[in-house]
Ligand binder design. Structure first.
Ligand SMILES: Nc1ncnc2c1ncn2[C@@H]1O[C@H](COP(=O)(O)OP(=O)(O)OP(=O)(O)O)[C@@H](O)[C@H]1O
Ligand SMILES: [Mg+2]
Length: 250
C-alpha cells in the first residue's frame, strides 16, 4: 500500500497528466487504485469521465471535514476509483484556515485497502498541497524539461523538506519525472542533466511531449485506454518503475 502525492507548485508541469495516466496504468497491474483529485480545476475528474459540480459531494466536502474520501469516491470506466474535485475547492484554503490540525484533514479521511492512492495536487504550496504531503508516503515530482521549470522543482523540494521537518518525517521523494521531453532540442537534454543534480533520483522513464497527450483530455479517457501511443507506452513504463522503486524502499 503506497500513497503518492503528485506535486509541483509550478502550473502546467504535467501533474494531472501524470496522476491520471499513472493511476490508469497502475490499475492494469495492481488494483485497487484510488485517484484523489485535490485541484479546483477538476481536470483529473473531467479526464476520468466523471462530472464535477453535479451536486455530488467532492473533495471540497472532504477537506471541510464534512465527508470521508470513501463517501465521495466514484468508480470510473478505467479500472480505478476517483475521489472527484469540484470548483468549490477554491474555497478550501479559506474554509480550512480556522481549523484545528488543518494539515491532517486528508490523512484522516483517506480509506485503507487501496494498493495505490495517487493524489493530484493543485499548482500551489498552500494548505491543500500540504494536506497531500502529510497524507502521502511518497512525492512524485513532474518537471518539464526546460530551465525555468527547474526553479519550480527546487521550491517544491524546499516545501517537502519543511513538511518532513514539521509534519510528516516519513515523507520520501520517490523521484523526479521528466515531462515534456523532446529529443529534438538540445535544451531538453541539458535540462535533464541539470535535473539529475537536484538531489532526488530522476526516473529513467521520460514522458515525451506529444500532440496525442495534449489532445487526450478531450476524449475523457486515459492514454492507456486510447490507441497505443508514445504516451501510453511512457506511462506504462512509469507505472512499472514506480512499483519497482516503492518495492526497493520498503
Ligand atoms: N507530455 C505531454 N505532451 C504534450 N502535452 C502535455 C504533456 N503533458 C501535459 N501536457 C499538456 O500540458 C498542459 C498542462 O499539463 P497538466 O494539466 O498535466 O499540468 P498540471 O501540472 O496538472 O497543470 P496545473 O498546474 O494547472 O494543474 C495540459 O494542456 C496538458 O494536456
Ligand atoms: Mg493539474
Amino acid at each position: 500500500m503506497a500513497i503518492i502525492a503528485v506535486a509541483n507548485q509550478k502550473g502546467g508541469s504535467g501533474k494531472t497528466t501524470t496522476a491520471v495516466n499513472l493511476a490508469a496504468a497502475l490499475a492494469e497491474l495492481a488494483k485497487p487504485v484510488l485517484l484523489v483529485d485535490c485541484d479546483a480545476q477538476s481536470n483529473a475528474t473531467f479526464w476520468s469521465g466523471i462530472e464535477y459540480d453535479d451536486g455530488h459531494a467532492s473533495m471540497a466536502e472532504v477537506l471541510a471535514r464534512q465527508a470521508t474520501v470513501a463517501e465521495v469516491a466514484r468508480g470510473t470506466s478505467f479500472g480505478y476509483t476517483i475521489a472527484p474535485a469540484s470548483t468549490r475547492l477554491v474555497e478550501a484554503d479559506a474554509t480550512m484556515a480556522g481549523m484545528m490540525a488543518r494539515e491532517t484533514v486528508l490523512k484522516e479521511a483517506l480509506p485503507q485497502g487501496y494498493n495505490w492512492t495517487i493524489i493530484d495536487c493543485p499548482p500551489s504550496a498552500g494548505i491543500v498541497t500540504q494536506n497531500a504531503l502529510v497524507a502521502a508516503d511518497y512525492v512524485l515530482l513532474p518537471v518539464p524539461c526546460d530551465h525555468l521549470a527547474l526553479e519550480g522543482a527546487q521550491q517544491l523540494l524546499r516545501t517537502v523538506r519543511e513538511v518532513r521537518n514539521r509534519l510528516n518525517p516519513d515523507l520520501d521523494v520517490l523521484g523526479i519525472v521528466p515531462t515534456f521531453h523532446t529529443r529534438r532540442y538540445r535544451l531538453a537534454n541539458e535540462a535533464l542533466e541539470m535535473m539529475k543534480r537536484l538531489g532526488p533520483a530522476v526516473f529513467d522513464t521520460n514522458i515525451r511531449e506529444t500532440v496525442r497527450i495534449k489532445e487526450a483530455p478531450g476524449s475523457r479517457s486515459p492514454l492507456t485506454h486510447l490507441p497505443a501511443s508514445a504516451g501510453s507506452e511512457d506511462y506504462r513504463n512509469l507505472a512499472k518503475e514506480v512499483i519497482r522503486r516503492v518495492k526497493e524502499r520498503e
